[in-house]
Structures are given as C-alpha cells and as structure tokens.
Design a protein around this ligand. Structure first.
Ligand code: C5P
Length: 283
C-alpha cells in the first residue's frame, strides 16, 4: 500500500519573541499561513521492522536526524508498531530557509502513517506528538492560517487570510534556527503589531494585513545575511505590497495582491538570486 501526503511550506506574517524561558526555548507569538510550495511524502509498507528514507535532495540526512524519520520512529515507539516503512521525500521546499520544510515533512509523515497504519489518531493527538519533534510541527499538522503561542506549539486556527501571491526568495546560505536564537539581544528586536494583524485577518482587510506584517528576528538574521536587506529593498522597488523575512530566515517573501505585480517581483529577483518561487497562499 502507498500513501502520498503533501507537506506545504509556511510563512510567518507576524513573529514576535517575548522572552527566554527556563527550558531554554523562547516564548513566541506568531501568525502563520501555508503556501502552495510543497514537498511530497510517499509512504510504502516494506518487509521488516525498519524505517528507510529516500530523498530527492542530496543534502538531507537520511538517518535519525531526518524529521520524517523522527516522526515515524516516534509513532512506532509510542504505539508499539512493528512494521516497516519506506519514506520518500520529494523535496521542493528549500532547506534551513525559515519555511518549516523539515517540520512540514514530519507533520505529513505523522498524518500519512496515521492512515497507513490505521491508527485513527485525531489532529490534536498528532500535534501533541509533533511537539516532540519541533516547535513548528503542531502548526504543520493543522495548516491553514493560525495564531501560535508558547514556543510555537500552541495553535489556534483563525480565518484564512485574503488570498494573494507570494514571491519567495531564498538567499544561497541557509541559517540554523538555533544560531539565530543564540545570538538574540532583546534590545535589538523590533516587535510587530500582532493584535493589528489578527484584526486585519478577521476583517478580511488585505491593506491592514500587509501593513501589520513584522518579524522580530529579522534584525538578528540580517546581521548574518546582508542579502536580506537588499532583497527586501528590491522587492519593494519592484512593487511588492509587503516584504518580510519568514521564521528565522533567511527566506524573504513578498506579498502581492495582483498577479502582474508578483510577476514583476519574481522576474526582478530571478536575476539576483537562484532560488525564487512564485506561489499562492493556501486556504
Ligand atoms: O523546536 P525546534 O527544534 O524547531 O527549535 C530549534 C531551536 O530553535 C531550539 O533548539 C532553540 O534553540 C530554538 N528555539 C527557541 N525558541 C523557540 C523555538 C526554537 O529558542 N520558541
């Protein structure tokens, strides 16, 4: 039997860091939504009690460091499943990019194995398991638009955002989330207006939504990656309605209501960076 699950990328419309907690994580407030750039996870039953990972991207580890592997192992251990699974990750989302690619692969693996092994777990149960793999995994179980708090794992699903085009630009060098949080100095942070963002989404108000975007980690990541500032500036010059870093970066995205504007931003940035994607927000 074969199961296929889509694993979409996410962008942060708002990201705020409140303080460092005793467990070492940071208390966050985030608004995130999914876009139609997705990995494909293909799950197949195999002989023997083992997990085998394949990937179309040569840079992904294929062992216990892989997020999809962690998801399968967690389900097997928790529910005492003595079955083998072959997991192929068709990778389309850039790695170490701030787009939750690894977390989305883990979430898709949890969802897919829930079906393959007929476990009948609810989304809430899958999300609770996902917390053990990474802070963004619970969000990726639900998808859609969400308000995330805690270390990012407490998810409240909210109304879909007004649909628009998204141009994603991933600078060549990736950034590890851990490094960004390690180098945080709280005086440096610029806090976004999250209540304003939530009100804009509730009111279906695209203009207020783009005016309320903000990412407190941007100043920190921009020190490591000077390209971030340059890309943002270019996006605005080419007509983007907003330009922002996603997650801990380094991916920068532009929001455009009109397709013609999104195309201009896409074409303009294509000459500047290798990894540029023109996608749509997902409902
Ligand atoms: O949860 P996840 O494993 O994806 O996080 C990766 C790293 O990012 C953590 O080890 C931690 O250093 C940092 N982090 C944090 N606060 C959060 C989320 C992540 O400090 N809310």
């Amino acid at each position: 039997m074969e199961i296929i699950e889509k694993a979409p990328a996410k962008i942060n419309l708002s990201l705020d860091v409140l303080h460092k907690r005793e467990d070492g994580y940071h208390e966050m407030k985030m608004v995130m939504t999914s876009v139609d750039l997705a990995d494909r996870i293909v799950l197949k039953t195999i002989e023997g009690d083992r997990i085998v990972i394949h990937s179309t991207n040569g840079f992904l580890p294929l062992d216990q460091r892989n997020h999809a592997y962690k998801a399968a192992k967690l389900l097997k251990d928790t529910y005492h499943i003595e079955k083998g699974v072959d997991i192929t990750i068709e990778k389309n989302i850039p790695i170490a990019a701030g787009l939750a690619g690894g977390s989305s692969d883990a979430a898709a693996t949890l969802r897919g194995l829930n079906r393959l092994w007929n476990l009948k777990l609810t989304k809430e149960e899958l999300a609770t398991l996902g917390e053990e793999i990474g802070s963004d995994v619970p969000y990726c179980i639900y998808g859609g638009t969400a308000y995330a708090t805690g270390r990012g794992e407490k998810i409240q699903q909210i109304k879909d955002i007004p649909q628009c085009w998204v141009v994603l630009v991933k600078p060549k060098k990736g950034i590890s989330t851990w490094t960004v949080f390690e180098n945080l100095s709280f005086e440096q942070l610029v806090h976004p207006e999250i209540p304003q963002m939530l009100t804009a989404i509730e009111a279906d108000d695209y203009s207020q939504m783009v005016n309320s975007t903000g990412n407190a980690l941007e100043t920190v990541s921009a020190v490591k990656q000077p390209d971030i500032k340059r890309i943002k500036k270019k996006m605005i010059q080419f007509g983007a309605d907003a330009a922002l870093m996603s997650g801990s970066g380094p991916t920068i995205y532009a929001l455009c209501k009109k397709y013609s504007k999104a195309q201009r931003v896409y074409n303009g940035l294509k000459g500047f960076c290798n990894e540029v994607y023109l996608v749509r927000t997902l409902k």
